[in-house]
Design a protein around this ligand. Sequence first.
Ligand code: MSP
Length: 530
Amino acid sequence: MSLVDKTKNTFALTTPLYYVNDLPHIGSAYTTMAADVMARFQRLMGHEVLLVTGTDEHGQKIQRTAESKGIEPQEFSNQMSAGFVSLWELLNIQYDRFIRTTNPNHEKIVKEFFGRLWESGDIYLGQQKGWYCVSCEEFKEERELLEGNLCPIHTNKEVEWRDEENYFFKLSKYQSQLEELYQSRPDFLQPESRRNEILNFIKGGLQDFSISRVNLEWGFPVPNDPKHTLYVWFDALLGYVTALLEPDSEPTLENALAKWWPINLHLIGKDILRFHAVSWPALLISANLPLPKRVFGHGFLTKDGQKMGKSLGNTIDPVELVKKYGSDAIRYYFIKEIGFGKDGDFNEVRFIEVVNADLAKNLGNLLNRNLKMVKKYCGGNVPSIASENVPDDNPLKAIGLQLGEQVKANYEALAFDRACEAVLRLSQACNKYIDDQAPWSLYKQGQQQEVEIVLYVVLESVRLAAYLLSPVIPNISSDIYQQLGFGIDFNNQIDTAKLAPFAVHGNWGLLSSGQELGQAKPIFQMIELS
Ligand code: MSP
């Protein structure tokens, strides 16, 4: 099934809604960077895009953290949530909606949705007994626990025994419908390894799960039974729906679902797979709503092999990183270095090596060197060569002719690392081509036409590379475009959609002969290893 609804030409995607028990770390920023890359790519494709992000503010974890700091949970959430907003700005994330689950509109949506499940007969009162991890906000099977009753994800946190009256959702009723979902829509959950994990989990038999808590104040009361508070995950998943409301429309499900539902893509980490790939579709089927098109569970950023996390306290501060190195370098490293779906370790020395090699040398020096030659040998403007007159077997043109389609397919499959690598191969080929062709010798021999061909194909290759990487490194791509004489800023959505659609700029041969070039300047400064 195509990810884009062709009848609507819209593309809605979400990041998880982040817990506000602490300020964001680089692990929580990871999904958001990937989501922004996907959103920018979809905009290049000419789709109307809605990127949803936000914060998940209820539940015991937040209540306890706020208490331990002597602050009211709402005030604490306000402070932490603001930290996410400002980090997204630093990372150049162009989100369209930022939903906070304490938003009053959200309570209305949650209540209406709860009413639908109630009507379906899928909610009942029962007794919940089990081990609870407050950091995960999830009950754990006894066999999953590590020695000393520790949570397998938050390996320094003991789970707590619970025995209380809760409302339950009849997940077990949806066993066969979920099996059928996974049969009929093999692309619903990706990558394949996560799909297999969830298929096994479903085959193991689904159990009803509790959707309320007692002795917890920080959350929405259960409609008609206010001594219960709704379970934080019940309220959090519905944040995706509330986020779709137009800013001034009445908070009803009908309004929220009118334009952007179903969501095209939920991006999440692998630790919250069951909520999105089992609970969420079952809740939606119960409410008689269409399901999202795709869920993608990426891997963890690790430090010394352990998941980086607020609860473990082994995090890296993204604000410090961005201030030191700039948003493009950070985005590029995480997107290119870590296969989306796999775990990846962050190491500052490796980071510096990668961005120096790819951005400063491969792309930056290439442009600079070429622009200097254009100035010296061709009067400073794009050489007077028409792309059609360059033979198709020219080594750069040959790559360039099929690169757009290849990179597009990579972005669509969320294989961001492969998209970057494919582009990089073109810029590597450019460097080799210049060395092989030696335009300085051709010039000395008076072979002006040959010199111009060499410089034209390299300039066009750099342009294409900059365009195809613009979802990842929008600032650098804009600088390259400026230097090539295009007045296009990839951070300006309206201009980009109008002036640089993929169907035109994603193809080889756009640079037109005689185009006036802009001012040459370095696009990325080499970082010194300190
Ligand atoms: N509040 C829930 C999500 C509700 S969505 C309706 C939650 N929040 S979280 O802040 O704990 O995690 C949010 C996301 O950040 C998850 O997708 C999680 O996988 C991701 N990450 C948190 N630490 C991470 C790493 N170290 N590496 C990669 N992603 C990480 O769960």
